[in-house]
Design a protein around this ligand. Sequence first.
Ligand SMILES: *Cc1c(COP(=O)(O)O)cnc(C)c1O
Ligand SMILES: [Zn+2]
Length: 500
Amino acid sequence: MKIEQFPEYIRPNIMPEPRGRMVYRCLGCNNELDITRLLYTCPECGGVLLLQDKNVKAINDVAGETWRQIFDYRRMLNHKALKGIFRYYEFIAPIIPLDRIVYLGEGHTPLVEANDRMKEKIGIDFYFKNDGLNPSASFKDRGMACALSYINYLAKKENISNLLSVCASTGDTSASAALYASYLEDFLKSAVILPKGKVTPQQLSQPLGSGAKVLEIPGVFDDCMKVVESLADHYNVALLNSKNSWRILGQESFSYEIAQDFDYDVENKAVVVPIGNAGNITAIMSGFLKFLKAGVIERLPKIVGVQSEHADPVYRYYLEESPDKRSFVPVDVQPSVAQAAMIGNPVSMPRVIELVREYNRMAGEKRIFVVQVTEQEIMDAMIVANRNGNIACTQGGESLAGLEKALQAGYVQTGDVGVLDSTAHILKFAVFQEMYFNNSFDPEFNVRPRPELKNAPIMVKPEKIRKYPGPGKPLQGEDMKDFIREMTFEIAKILGLEMK
Ligand SMILES: *Cc1c(COP(=O)(O)O)cnc(C)c1O
Ligand SMILES: [Zn+2]
């Protein structure tokens, strides 16, 4: 729809203009820092940062009901910059001019209701939000769209002609970073650092295909992260890990979309999300909090974070009920099918600690929970989900397994509605499905396929057929008739078909 077709009263609010006053805020020393520099940690104390818009008045001057209408009208608007995560421009990065926004089709991923069979099996209503349907097939694109839009804006403003972006990755960050960087090619080059053998072949193919420099190093993600941090400390590079707080802002769109897709009624929702480096859960909490404070939503949903028992530092931290006695201890990870979340020392932990406190305080009760699941539970849940019309990756399976755990623990109850983050597309993690079907997991995963969930292709090669066709070598005459007759008979036998 064209803006002239919208009701007159809403038109002035539809096209946003830069008007924010954004600063980095250090979670260590509470210092505020200028955003004209790319910063990842506080130069004073080394703490992690979050971005804040000091122009709260610009948000608060608009009523919650008006915000809801702005977003609902923008849903009908055909404007490139506002088609993706920047539909929520004022809540994300209201300093980036619209013509610097990079849009590659991210965001507004489908919310798919579980079928009746699944609902019955799990015991409550729930949805998958399919973030695997983002351009690089994971939710990471939400954050990259924001970070790269900011870099695109900064490059023009500061006349930067030559910049290298770097990131460490469990696979999806690098795929996303390389994709967005390739779009901005002329001033931006991209390099990604991966733990060798710890990303899937599909994930490795993505940054290669986007033309990034791909550096593989022995070790796990946490080691890559340390190397990249050291690079960012000593050289002039743009760090694209979620330490980069522009990414967090973009990922808040996940919450905004959930709110909008449920007509801003999220009180009875339980959003379930796998935790790795903890950037995603940080963004989800932050997003709902911003919407609550602006009156866009009236109540906060529950949030359930899920970790595998092979990489569970956040779960362990919250096992201690008393906040004063909690202390964060990184863990050494073991191999996990939820490989994208196989992180023992999450960079965003200080953000999580602060936001969980704030979230529960604003909710007036405990609304954030962390559960732990086994590798077996993750795999079984993923396979079951996908046998019921979903496209969940291993981490999406982790979300479903986490919902079941949260139900058992009583954190989530009948009447709640689950909203499960399906963080990436199954095709990226097809190797784990293959290992399940072939029963070929290394012992340390401790996963055995449930026989009823296994699947494998069946080779059909009846003995009676003498000649088979091949490329450029089609069968002729009787050979072709034989081939079709015998094949039909054999397949009908395998499928147990009855003659008409
Ligand atoms: C990155 C990633 C995660 C973990 O998200 P964090 O923000 O690191 O906690 C989970 N699932 C997938 C598919 C990912 O790519
Ligand atoms: Zn500081």
